[in-house]
Design a protein around this ligand. Structure first.
Ligand SMILES: O=C(O)CCC(=O)C(=O)O
Ligand SMILES: [Fe+2]
Length: 109
């Protein structure tokens, strides 16, 4: 399942994922794949860290895309995802809806 572009609202999100690429971060107006590192947690700054650090530690837009080849599994320490608690990219034409596969062509992963 994919997730549209958003920032996490809390302090820190810890993510455990299998080896299937799906997480992307918006960097200089481009979506960049974040390749999982085996046996590790991925730590992602949330909005509260950005606020408490006066912007020193940014809470970046990210999204999760699906692909047609492999199953992607991840566990998120924040437990829930709701639209209201996340800052969404307005007018996004790429993130799509929950059930809409965004699809990284498998030869690009
Ligand atoms: O599936 C992912 O890698 C991202 C999950 C995520 O961004 C979230 O749950 O806030
Ligand atoms: Fe997130």
């Amino acid at each position: 399942m994919g997730l549209p572009a958003h920032t996490d609202h809390g302090l820190l999100t810890l993510l455990i994922q299998n080896d299937t690429v799906g997480l992307q971060v918006l960097h200089k107006d481009k979506w960049v794949n974040i390749h999982p590192i085996p046996n590790s947690f991925l730590a992602n700054n949330g909005d509260h860290i950005e606020i408490l650090s006066n912007g020193k530690y940014r809470s970046f837009f990210h999204r999760a895309v699906v692909n047609y080849r492999d199953v992607r599994k991840d566990i998120n320490s924040t437990g829930t995802w709701t639209g209201r608690r996340h800052r969404h990219e307005s007018g996004s034409n790429v993130a799509g809806r929950w059930s809409e596969p965004i699809g990284i062509p498998s030869n690009k992963i």
